[in-house]
Design a protein around this ligand. Structure first.
Ligand SMILES: Nc1ncnc2c1ncn2[C@@H]1O[C@H](COP(=O)(O)OP(=O)(O)OP(=O)(O)O)[C@@H](O)[C@H]1O
Ligand code: SF4
Ligand SMILES: [Mg+2]
Length: 339
């Protein structure tokens, strides 16, 4: 099936005093219609920047963006730099939406929830004025809120309810693709599952395609078809969710997985590979393989030559020299006595 969104060699660099932050540095990814791709990695690896660049949320003043983001035959990167970018991007802004981690920060405290859900509908002239209240009521019901809540202000809502409002606002314009930027990680654990279930239901109902961002693999394993693991601005592993989770091939993915807490220690079959040291700065990323200063398996070539993302088996991509040669690192088994 052809991709709904096709990203090629995307780079997003922020010019700052003393250099440039290479937040995203050569990301390529195809996302199929109806698919959920999980995007995971440590804080600062460029997940949100990738999502925001996809939606062209940066002006050329803030970020230098190169590469391609193809959507329905158009390159959004080129459109974002073109004269009259605001008008040219407008039709795509309807199709591509985002849900933020902190719905409170993205809602205006002085506007009612109803007015805020109606805002994108007005901007894109999608609903006649006389039908607006009914449409807002319908959207509130779709996300499990009472239509009477339209008259309330953001501070009158709980965290979970506010995230439902954020979802209603994204859904208002009937999008096809939604970047979900850690939409549940700021919520109480007790309501995370409810909001997650809602997002899965909505995906089925409206045939949505998701790029679902999270810190750790466990959070996206169940909802993702495929998972992309990011490290310092680049994708280091990309494959079916089960494959990435059960048999990770890249040393960084292996370390990320071993950081996932296992509820019952007697079920533990993997020993922990500790991630040594801080994540290096994207202002001055390491040469060669960016993971080499933290990698147990680093070879001489790893310090000088960047490993390309290589298809090591059908649909399975890894950026690592030894793995590309066929080497498979053990997913370490813990000795039985430690159980
Ligand atoms: N507007 C900006 N100007 C300069 N640097 C930025 C800007 N936005 C992000 N960065 C930097 O780019 C890098 C990637 O940030 P990004 O927010 O994409 O990471 P992330 O993977 O989403 O992290 P987190 O898990 O903490 O949300 C970080 O080093 C960050 O400090
Ligand atoms: S390319 Fe080398 S340094 Fe990078 S992950 Fe593979 S073994 Fe480690
Ligand atoms: Mg982020």
């Amino acid at each position: 099936m052809s991709a709904l969104v096709s990203i090629r060699d995307l780079r997003v660099h922020f010019p700052v005093k003393g250099g440039r932050v290479r937040a995203v540095d050569g990301v390529s990814l195809d996302i199929a219609p109806g698919e959920t791709v999980g995007l995971v990695g440590e804080s600062g690896c460029g997940k949100s920047t990738t999502g925001r660049a996809l939606l062209q949320l940066y002006t050329p003043k803030i970020a230098e963006i190169t590469g391609e983001i193809r959507y329905q035959g158009n390159d959004l990167v080129a459109l974002g730099k073109a004269r009259g970018a605001t008008v040219k991007l407008r039709p795509f802004r309807k199709d591509l939406q985002i849900i933020f981690q902190d719905p409170y920060a993205s809602l205006d405290p002085r506007m009612t929830i109803g007015a805020q859900i109606a805002e994108p509908l007005r901007y894109h002239a999608l609903v006649p004025k006389k039908d607006m209240a009914a449409k807002v009521a319908e959207l509130l019901e779709t996300v499990g809120l009472s239509p009477a809540m339209a008259a309330r202000y953001p501070h009158e809502f709980s965290g979970g309810q506010r995230q439902r409002v954020g979802i209603a606002r994204a859904l208002a314009v009937s999008p096809r693709f939604i970047v979900c930027d850690e939409p549940i990680s700021a919520l109480d654990v007790s309501i995370q599952a409810q909001v997650m279930n809602l997002m899965v239901e909505l995906q089925d109902k409206f045939h949505l395609t998701y790029l679902f961002i999270a810190h750790d693999l466990a959070a996206v394993k169940h909802i993702s078809d495929r998972i992309a693991v990011m490290y310092l601005g680049q994708i280091v592993e990309l494959a079916a969710a089960d494959a990435v989770y059960d048999t990770p091939l890249h040393p960084y993915t292996q370390a990320l997985i071993s950081a996932v807490p296992i509820p019952d220690p007697s079920q533990r079959t993997r020993s922990r590979i500790r991630l040594e040291g801080e994540i290096p700065s994207p202002l001055n990323p390491p040469s060669g393989c960016r993971f080499h200063p933290r990698c147990t398996y680093a070879e001489t070539a790893c310090k000088t030559t960047e490993p390309p993302l290589t298809e090591v088996s059908p649909g399975r991509f890894v950026a690592c020299h030894p793995v590309a040669r066929g080497v498979r690192f053990p997913i370490r088994e813990a000795p039985a006595s430690t159980a």
